[in-house]
Design a protein around this ligand. Structure first.
Ligand SMILES: NC(=O)c1ccc[n+]([C@@H]2O[C@H](COP(=O)([O-])OP(=O)(O)OC[C@H]3O[C@@H](n4cnc5c(N)ncnc54)[C@H](O)[C@@H]3O)[C@@H](O)[C@H]2O)c1
Length: 255
């Protein structure tokens, strides 16, 4: 039996990077997948490609910051599938800025997408979940340790870390229980970071070289290297895991 046989798996931010890797893996593992994003063009192309490979996949426009958007997305999932087994709150943005120079607009936008979007997703998904229900929130190592140039991002991802634990405690009281866990990637080679990686700074170095130097495994991750933890948490193999943080960072936070 495939690991996610007949499970309905919805991933936000599914059109790119980690989200795209999660939906590909879920479809391959036998899930019916719902791809949610604001990038309609890329999301539709990926859903079509998955259908061409025989998967049940549909694309759903969803801005995770919109309460009514979540309501509409969940009614579509209910109509199409009658249930939701796994929600991956993955959509996110990375706006740079230290606490001294982050604009209020960047601060609010970051918290809206990266934290409020996760809260709205958890709240909207719970009523559709039954036995085996699991929510996976994509935080970051910046939800565990600080980064000077990413103040708003750290605040939002740290919020996701503890929102996950709070939601897990609530989820454990439900009958049947819903498990809630967070994944904390280090640096992953996706469009989110790629543009900034190879630009030369004043000293002639690149962000890629600096990341490689301080990552014990000596390189960035590929999105596929985060998939193993996702499959564990989404599948029944993870049935006793809730309220946990899964760091996948090549050793960065071990230092
Ligand atoms: N790439 C990394 O190094 C890294 C490290 C740690 C954590 N993360 C987290 O992983 C998640 C995925 O990041 P990625 O690297 O794949 O980025 P990405 O930019 O490749 O993909 C993000 C996706 O989210 C979508 N999105 C953005 N705002 C949205 C909104 N309001 N509603 C719905 N969708 C929206 C984008 O359209 C895009 O498809 C994010 O939460 C990010 O913070 C990434």
């Amino acid at each position: 039996m495939q690991r996610l046989h007949d499970k309905v798996v919805m991933v936000t931010g599914a059109a790119s990077g980690l989200g795209a890797a999660f939906v590909r893996a879920a479809a391959q593992a036998g899930a019916r997948v719902v791809l949610a994003d604001i990038d309609d063009a890329a999301g539709r192309v990926l859903a079509e490609a998955l259908r061409a490979q025989g998967a049940q996949a549909h694309y759903q426009t969803l801005d995770v910051t919109s309460e009514t958007g979540w309501e509409a997305a969940m009614s579509t999932v209910r109509e199409r599938h009658g249930k939701l087994d796994v929600l991956v709150n993955n959509a996110g943005i990375a706006l740079r800025g230290s606490v001294a120079d982050c604009t209020l607009a960047d601060w609010q936008r970051t918290l809206d997408v990266n934290l409020t979007g996760v809260f709205l997703g958890c709240r909207a998904a719970l009523p559709l979940m039954g036995a085996g229900g699991a929510i996976i929130n994509v935080s970051s190592v910046y939800g565990q340790v600080g980064g000077a140039q990413v103040a708003a991002y750290c605040a939002a991802k740290g919020g996701v870390t503890l929102l996950t634990r709070s939601a897990a405690l609530h989820g454990a009281t439900l009958k049947p229980p819903v498990r809630v866990n967070s994944i904390h990637p280090g640096f992953v080679d996706t469009p989110m970071v790629r543009d900034a990686l190879d630009q030369r700074d004043a000293g002639g170095g690149t962000a890629r070289a600096r990341i490689e130097a301080f990552t014990p495994l000596g390189r960035l991750a590929t999105p596929e290297e985060i998939v193993g933890v996702f499959l564990l948490l989404a599948s029944d193999e993870g049935r006793y895991i809730t309220g946990s943080q899964f760091t996948v960072d090549g050793g960065i936070t071990a230092q």
